[in-house]
Design a protein around this ligand. Structure first.
Ligand code: ACK
Length: 305
């Protein structure tokens, strides 16, 4: 099936049925800047709140990303993936319309000291499990694999119950049949979340997403941001964790220890760090699949509750 056909199968909205708060796209209803253009808050005529991603400028690259996002996301449906409600594509206006996620993105909560305390451990565990389920769904989609390629805290949106949904499929790739990995000469993505084989050689696979998931898991447990590639760099979260790990001080990583039964809960959280460390191994073959990760997380959650 061609990409064009899939985009054409999306529900189409007329531009007049989509209105933003001021009935126009302006700074007052802008939610932020996305991969290929600004994102606005709006409502549909029947009253549903929506987020509207608008292609800005005339760059070929932006249009490619927008079409890619639409063609991937139109295929999928899962409680941990942001839902695309439809699109409106005409000569002058190109927008994608999504369900509105009122609690912003995970990085807003995780890296802001005043917000971080709002993330208790039950919520953090729920967020970790949801992201893992969403990613597992993508990796096992039908008979192909969908590789997200840009999994990071700012691409995880939170609904009103703080359930996480993966968003931003502009860079996602579909690998079919026996194709286990692919190569690109255009390395896109976000430093700090990229696996070494992808950042250095442009090789991506489901295992490069697993690496990004591992970084995200460390960020959720520690409330600290990873910025570099290597665990040998101790200014980096990966390096910091590695140093703690090798000197048997990993407990120090765990953020805001507002835990009821401090010691035993910390021991369980430590096992989340172990799972993350399996995911960020240098060699892609050594990393678990998301299927393995979900099983490990299920076991840990049972111990934590
Ligand atoms: O962290 P945020 O507030 O959440 O800032 C970014 C910004 O737009 C650029 O991506 C926000 N955003 C994206 N999609 C949605 C959505 N479906 N609902 C609510 N906010 C969204 C995102």
């Amino acid at each position: 099936r061609s990409k064009k056909k899939e985009v054409d199968q999306l529900p189409l909205f007329s531009f007049s049925s989509v209105s933003t708060a001021t009935n126009t796209f302006s700074d007052t209803n802008k939610l932020g800047e996305g991969g290929f253009g600004p994102v606005y808050k709006g409502v549909l005529r029947k009253g549903d709140e929506i987020a509207v991603k608008r292609l800005s400028g005339r760059s070929e690259q932006g249009l490619r990303e927008m079409k890619n996002e639409a063609s991937v996301i139109a295929k999928v449906q899962h409680k941990n993936l942001v839902r695309l409600l439809g699109c409106c594509i005409d000569k002058d206006e190109k927008i994608l319309i999504y369900e509105y996620m009122p609690n912003k993105s995970l990085d807003f909560f995780l890296f802001d000291p005043t917000k971080r305390i709002l993330l208790d451990w039950v919520t953090r565990v729920q967020i970790i499990e949801g992201i893992a389920q969403g990613l597992l769904y993508l990796h096992q989609y039908s008979r192909v694999r969908i590789i997200h390629r840009d999994l990071k805290a700012s691409n995880i949106l939170l609904d009103k119950d703080m359930n996480p949904k993966i968003s931003d499929f502009g860079m996602a790739r579909i690998c079919g049949g026996n194709e286990l990995q692919a190569n690109t000469s255009r390395i896109v993505g976000t430093y700090g979340y990229m696996s070494p084989e992808y950042a250095l050689e442009g090789i991506f696979s489901i295992k490069s997403d697993v690496f990004s998931f591992g970084v995200l898991l460390l960020e959720i447990v520690s409330g600290k941001k990873n910025t570099g590639l290597y665990r040998t760099d101790s200014l980096n979260l990966l390096g910091y964790v590695w140093d703690l790990w090798t000197s048997n001080r990993t407990l120090e990583l765990i953020d805001d220890p507002v835990l009821e039964d401090e010691y035993s809960s910390k021991q369980v959280l430590l096992r989340y760090v172990n799972i993350a460390l399996l995911c960020v191994q240098e060699s892609a073959d050594d990393r678990p699949t998301m299927n393995d990760v979900v099983s490990m997380l299920t076991n840990e959650a049972a111990a934590l509750h």
